[in-house]
Design a protein around this ligand. Structure first.
Ligand SMILES: [Zn+2]
Length: 296
C-alpha cells in the first residue's frame, strides 16, 4: 500500500517537474501597436518569471491614431494631428513606441505586416473584404507559426463592442491556426481586461457571423490579477508594468487614460482548440500563480 502511495507521489512530482521545466513560447497577434497592453502583465510574467519567450505580429501600424497625437506633437516636433502628416509619420513612430514597450515586456521578435489602419469601425467584415490583404496576412502568420514552436497564441477577444480591426485580427489568427498543419498546434486564447470590482466578466459566446470565434465556455478559462504585490513592503504590483508599457505609446494621448483601468486579464479558450487545451491553459496559469516575482 505504502509503495503505491510513493509511486503516485513520484508520478505527480514528475508531471509537475515537467511542467515547471518548460519555458512557454507565446505569439501575440494584434491589429494595432498598443493592443498588447490588454494582457501586458501576463506577458511580463511569462517572459520574466517563467523564463518564457514572446513574439508579436502587428497587422497595422496604427496610423489612424493621429487624432490622439496632440500632446505627442511637441514630443516628436511633428504636426501629427494633421491627417496627411500623421499618416505619413506615425507608422515609424508607433513601431518604435511598440518596441520601447516591448523592451519592458521582454518581447523577442516583431513582425510588422504594414496593413492599412483606415478608421474606427465596429464592422470586421468590411476590413476583411476591402481593407486588408487577408491572403498575405494568413500566409505570414503561418510562416511565423512554422518558424518556431509556440505553445500559446494571445489575441484580443472579439466582443461585439470592440474595434472591427481587433475582431478582424483575431478572426485571421483563428483561421490561420485552424489551417495550420502540425501535430502540436498552439493553444489560441482571447483576452479581455476588466475591473475586479465587477462580480464576473461579461459572458462571451462568439460572434454570430463568424462561427470560428466560438469559445468552449462562455466565461474565461483563466485570469491573471495585476494586483498581486511584490517588492519593498509589497508596495509594487503588475499594474505598474502595464502602466509603464502604456506610457511608451506616447503618440496615443487617450491611451494614457487606460493606465490603472482594469486589473484582471481574462483569457477565453476558443472552440477550435484541442481537448487538452483547457488543461494546458490551467497549467500555465497555475504555474504563474505559484511563481513569485523574480528580481534579476
Ligand atoms: Zn487597437
Amino acid at each position: 500500500m505504502k509503495t503505491s502511495i510513493y509511486i503516485f507521489l513520484f508520478l505527480i512530482l514528475t508531471v509537475y517537474a515537467k511542467i515547471f521545466s518548460q519555458n512557454p513560447n507565446v505569439l501575440i497577434i494584434t491589429a494595432h501597436p498598443d493592443d498588447e497592453t490588454g494582457f501586458a502583465a501576463t506577458i511580463y510574467k511569462i517572459t520574466h518569471d517563467l523564463n518564457g519567450k514572446a513574439d508579436i505580429i502587428v497587422i497595422t501600424n496604427g496610423e489612424a491614431g493621429y487624432k490622439y497625437s496632440s500632446i505627442a506633437q511637441d514630443i516628436y516636433n511633428i504636426e501629427l494631428t494633421k491627417e496627411a502628416i500623421g499618416r505619413e509619420y506615425l507608422p515609424s513612430i508607433r513601431k518604435k513606441e511598440l518596441m520601447s514597450g516591448g523592451a519592458i515586456l521582454g518581447l523577442r521578435e516583431y513582425y510588422f505586416l504594414d496593413q492599412k489602419d483606415t478608421y474606427y469601425t465596429l464592422d470586421a467584415d468590411s476590413v476583411l473584404r476591402h481593407v486588408w490583404d487577408t491572403t498575405f496576412i494568413k500566409r505570414r502568420i503561418q510562416q511565423v507559426l512554422k518558424s518556431k514552436h509556440y505553445d500559446f497564441i494571445f489575441t484580443l477577444l472579439p466582443t461585439n463592442s470592440t474595434h472591427g480591426h481587433h475582431k478582424a485580427a483575431t478572426i485571421l489568427a483563428l483561421s490561420a491556426v485552424q489551417e495550420f498543419q502540425s501535430k502540436s498546434k498552439p493553444v489560441i486564447v482571447g483576452c479581455t481586461l476588466a475591473d475586479s470590482t465587477a462580480i464576473k466578466p461579461e459572458p462571451f459566446l462568439g460572434l454570430q457571423t463568424y462561427p470560428i470565434t466560438a469559445v468552449k465556455n462562455e466565461f474565461p478559462s483563466a485570469q491573471f490579477n495585476r494586483n498581486q504585490s511584490f517588492g519593498y513592503n509589497n508596495k509594487l504590483n503588475y499594474s505598474i508594468i502595464a502602466n509603464l508599457v502604456i506610457a511608451e505609446h506616447k503618440s496615443q494621448g487617450a491611451m494614457q487614460l487606460a493606465a490603472g483601468k482594469g486589473d484582471i486579464e481574462y483569457f477565453w479558450n476558443y472552440s477550435l482548440n484541442s481537448q487538452d487545451s483547457e488543461l494546458n491553459i490551467k497549467q500555465l496559469f497555475d504555474r504563474m500563480a505559484l511563481t513569485p516575482f523574480k528580481q534579476k
